[in-house]
Structure formats: C-alpha cells, structure tokens
Design a protein around this ligand. Structure first.
Ligand SMILES: Cc1cc2nc3c(=O)[nH]c(=O)nc-3n(C[C@H](O)[C@H](O)[C@H](O)COP(=O)(O)OP(=O)(O)OC[C@H]3O[C@@H](n4cnc5c(N)ncnc54)[C@H](O)[C@@H]3O)c2cc1C
Length: 393
C-alpha cells in the first residue's frame, strides 16, 4: 500500500501520521511544495497556536462552522477536541484552556506543536519530500511531475488553487473560494475616535445574518468576536456585495426599541434637570454613551429626540466599505463541495481512492481553534481510512 499525502500543513501531516499509525507497513509519502512543513501552525494564534477549543459536545461544536458543520457531526463523534487533547498528551504535549475556551500548548509556543508532529512523523517513518513540483494528478493515481504511482491520494493542500484545480480535474466541484474571518472598515464612522472601546454584548446585522457578542471599536471600523463571526457566517454575501453594505448595530440587544424609549421617558420624568450624557442609563462605555446622548438636560429633550435616540441605540446604521485581516489570521470559505465526499472516510464519492482533509474542503470555522480541529479531525479520518480501506485500483 502506497499512500501519497499532498500538502504538509496541519491536515496533511496529521493524515500522514494517522495512516502510519493505522497501517505501519504502508508506505506513506508526504509531498510539500515549499521548503517547510506546518508553516501556518508556526504563525498561528500569534505564535502560540490555538490548537483546539474546549467544546466536547459534537452538537455544540458544529455550531462554530459556518460551512461544514452538518457534515462534521459524524466525524466529531469519532475524533473531537477531547481526542486532540489526549493525542497530544500521549506525546508529552499538554494543552491548557483559556477563559474563553481556546486551548494552547502550555509552553505558549507553536513550535511545541510543530516539534511534536514532526518527531511523530519521523518516528513512524513518514517519507517527507520538500519542494515538490506536481504537475497533475491522473485518474490512474500517478502524481505527474514527480512520477509517483500510488494506491491512495490524500489531498490536503489548504486553500491553494492547484489543489482545487486537481480536485476539479478528478471530477469534483469547487465552491468558489472567498475570504472569511475579517473585520469591517467603516471609513465614515463617527466612532473611530473611540478606538479601543469595547461593548460586552452588541448585535450586528447585515442582510440575511445577525450576530451577537462582544464588539470592539477600532480606528478603521469594527472588530471583536461579534464582527469576526459575522464576517464568517456572512462571508459569501459580503463578497457578493464587494464589502460595501449597511451594517446595523443594536447596542442594547436585551431591550426592544420600545423598552429603551420607555426607560428614557421614565428618566425624563424622574430627573428632568439632569443632563442626559451624565446619566449612563444603559451602562454603555461612558465615552460611547456621550456620543449618543444629546448634550442637553432631559427637560429640554423633546419626545421625538428621545424616540430618535431609542431608534439609534436599537438599530444604528453604518456604511461598511472594505475589510481588514484580523491579526493576519484568515481562512477560506469555499473548496471541494461537501456532498461529493463521504464523511465516514473522507473519501471522494466521485473518484475512489482520493481522500480530502482540512481547508481544501468547503469547511471553515470561526476563530477559537475550530479550524485546526477541522484539520485534525478530517486528517485523522482520511489517514486512517486510506490506510485501512481496500485498494480501489
Ligand atoms: C495567520 C493565521 C493564523 C491562524 N491561527 C489559527 C489558530 O490559532 N487556530 C486555528 O484553529 N486556526 C488558525 N488559522 C487557520 C488555520 O491555520 C488553517 O485552517 C489550517 O492551517 C488549515 O490546515 P490545512 O493543512 O488544511 O492547510 P494549510 O495549513 O494551508 O496547509 C496546506 C499545505 O499544502 C501545501 N501545498 C499547497 N499547494 C500544494 C501543492 N500544489 N503541492 C504540494 N503542497 C502544496 C502548502 O504549502 C501547505 O503547506 C490561522 C490562519 C492564519 C493564516
């Protein structure tokens, strides 16, 4: 049995290791086009590598995947964050949990993860070949260019266009790739001077999608978990609109517009002489409240002014014009169409013997370690099944 894994990122390396673990006699060759393996792991999580997320219920876990969640339910019953933690622990790498659920190596260094994976691959006898110039994958399972005949191919080329082209040539459909996980540019935002101010819970809305969570005002627009999640769920719509559209912010998502208005009215009755900006009625960050509240005494505020304020706090419109990468981290929405892959084995339903793992598939998660978990899970299943299922050729 000769298995060729193409792509030496998290998914490819994990698949190669899994194949060797499952079938030590199999010849497993890992082809990488660059001169290094795991280059994204190295820079991930700000150099700390957010390996996975401490969410151990597959049903809840899949809620973090704008694309691929449904398909990953079965795979997560077989290899989920708990398995990732145990796998690394068995190799002497302990992961720690941060308050928000993200998990990192206790060394806070992505190099720990790289060293672990590479030493495991070496120990098991994975043959690693760098700077590989593959021209084509042919149906007879010949890696053209490097001229390697093989029984199984695991395609783990991430978001590379070549990987998508080969999958297409072998009969697959590619959902067109567009960026996911970014922050919103709002050049006309009057809040830019409040850069760094964060709101614990706001609701962001674009046509067809809304997202609630912490929001950060930046010097170019909006960031923070709510903005990043919205960019992931709305990745396709945002791309179609050229990243130019109206974004509405509900600054008080626990209250209806009517409730907000009532609270303002009650304050006007109770403290007519007080200045509205000094009365932080809704516990918003002080500076933010001051930009919203007209600088008047409550008595001098008309009912229509209070109505307008309630409306603004409930649905505050901003014109998005462009996007910015968040801490250089991004993933691709799009890739190999999921209906064409058997998620029990990660094998192609169209081209037997061809397997997929990682971001080459139309799967992407929000930030928090979910994208690597996809790589570990699909890599593990692809490697194990490629090594143990009978040869189709
Ligand atoms: C800056 C940054 C930080 C990130 N941080 C995190 C994080 O902390 N946690 C998290 O969960 N996710 C994070 N992500 C996302 C995560 O890195 C990816 O989801 C993950 O790396 C995907 O793994 P992969 O193996 O599928 O693809 P990749 O990591 O992209 O690996 C693909 C590999 O295939 C190789 N390749 C491509 N084409 C060919 C070819 N033609 N022939 C041979 N080889 C080829 C590439 O050189 C590469 O080595 C981050 C992403 C970025 C960009």
């Amino acid at each position: 049995m000769k298995i060729v894994v193409i792509g030496g990122g998290a998914a490819g390396v994990f698949a190669a290791i899994a194949a060797k673990e499952a079938q030590p006699e199999a010849q497993v060759i890992l082809l990488e086009k660059s001169a290094v393996l795991l280059s994204k792991v190295k820079i991930s999580g700000g150099g700390r590598c957010n390996v996975t997320h401490s969410c151990f219920d597959p049903k809840r876990l899949i809620e973090n995947y704008p694309r691929g969640g449904r398909e990953l339910l079965g795979p997560f019953h077989r290899f989920q964050p708990q398995n990732t933690i145990e796998w690394f622990a068995a190799k002497g790498v302990e992961l720690k949990r941060e308050e928000d659920g993200r998990m990192f190596p206790i060394t806070d260094s992505s190099q720990t993860i790289i060293d672990c994976l590479l030493s495991e691959a070496k120990k098991l006898g994975v043959e690693i070949r760098f700077r590989q110039k593959i021209i084509n994958l042919s149906k007879g399972f010949l890696i053209e260019g490097e001229n390697i005949p093989c029984d199984k191919i695991i395609l783990a080329t991430g978001n590379s266009a070549e990987g998508h082209r080969w999958a297409e040539q072998l009969g697959h459909t590619i959902e067109s790739p567009v960026p996911s996980l970014f922050t919103f540019n709002v050049p006309t935002s009057p809040l830019k001077e409040l850069s760094g101010v964060a709101v614990e819970s706001a609701e962001l809305r674009i046509p067809g999608f809304s997202m609630r969570g912490p929001l950060l005002i930046t010097h170019f627009g909006f960031s923070g978990p709510a903005a990043l999640k919205l960019s992931a769920w709305g990745a396709r719509v945002l791309h179609e609109k050229g990243y130019k559209l109206e974004l509405q912010i509900n600054w008080l998502p626990d209250l209806t517009e009517e409730k907000i208005y009532e609270k303002l009215l009650r304050l006007k009755e109770a403290a007519p002489q007080k200045s509205l900006p000094a009365e932080n009625l809704f516990n918003l960050p002080k500076n933010l409240w001051k930009t919203f509240a007209p600088a008047k005494r409550l008595n001098d505020l008309s009912f229509s002014e209070l109505r307008a304020l309630a409306k603004k706090l409930h649905a505050d419109p901003y014109q998005v014009d462009g996007k910015t990468t968040h801490k250089e981290e991004f993933v691709t929405c799009g890739g190999v169409r999921l209906k064409e892959v058997d998620f029990k084995t990660m094998e192609s339903k169209i081209c037997p013997g061809l397997y997929f793992a990682g971001e080459v598939l139309d799967i992407d998660g929000v930030t928090g370690g979910f994208n690597f978990q996809n790589a570990w899970t699909t890599g593990h299943i692809a490697g194990t099944s490629a090594a143990t299922c009978s040869n189709p050729n």
